[in-house]
Design a binder for this molecule. Structure first.
Ligand SMILES: [Zn+2]
Length: 148
């Protein structure tokens, strides 16, 4: 069983795709609702752990606060010393409310990429029907299940 590189899995996660197979939407059934497993390959997002949401929350902090801190630095660098604090606060507060909502699913799929790097995938991590349908093709390196 081999996996993609971390960069590739994070990129897939950033596009709200399954980091393992690249399937669209991964395990999300709507923007906020999650099914138990990837709708394409059947990989469960909860693989016997108890803290996946905590990791996803940490990933949310990184992908929301990272760009905000970077933007704050750029704004301060270009407007210093006459910083217009009130308009800046309004924009950043709005971004701080909107970004976590927009990036919610990506915090899960990107964290799943990190989780896949740290904890190898085992056959029991897949929903059984998916494995039987594909003959276990997801477990082979880069294999794409037959389309027939
Ligand atoms: Zn998948």
């Amino acid at each position: 069983m081999t996996r993609s590189s971390l960069a590739r899995m994070l990129l897939r996660g950033a596009m709200r795709r399954c980091p393992w197979c690249g399937g669209r939407g991964a395990f999300f059934t709507s923007w906020f609702s999650k099914g138990p497993a990837c709708r394409t390959c059947g990989l469960k997002w909860r693989r016997g752990d108890v803290g996946f949401e905590l990791g996803a929350a940490a990933m949310a902090a990184v992908i929301v606060l990272g760009p905000l801190i970077l933007a704050l630095g750029v704004v301060l660098a270009f407007t210093w010393p006459e910083v217009r604090v009130v308009p800046m606060m309004v924009v950043f507060l709005a971004a701080g409310i909107v970004l976590p909502v927009v990036l919610y699913p990506m915090s899960y799929t990107m964290w799943q990429g990190v989780d896949l790097l740290m904890r190898p995938v085992e056959p029991e991590h897949f929903v059984l029907e998916h494995l039987e349908r594909s003959g276990g093709a997801e477990l082979d390196s880069g294999a794409v299940p037959d389309a027939d």
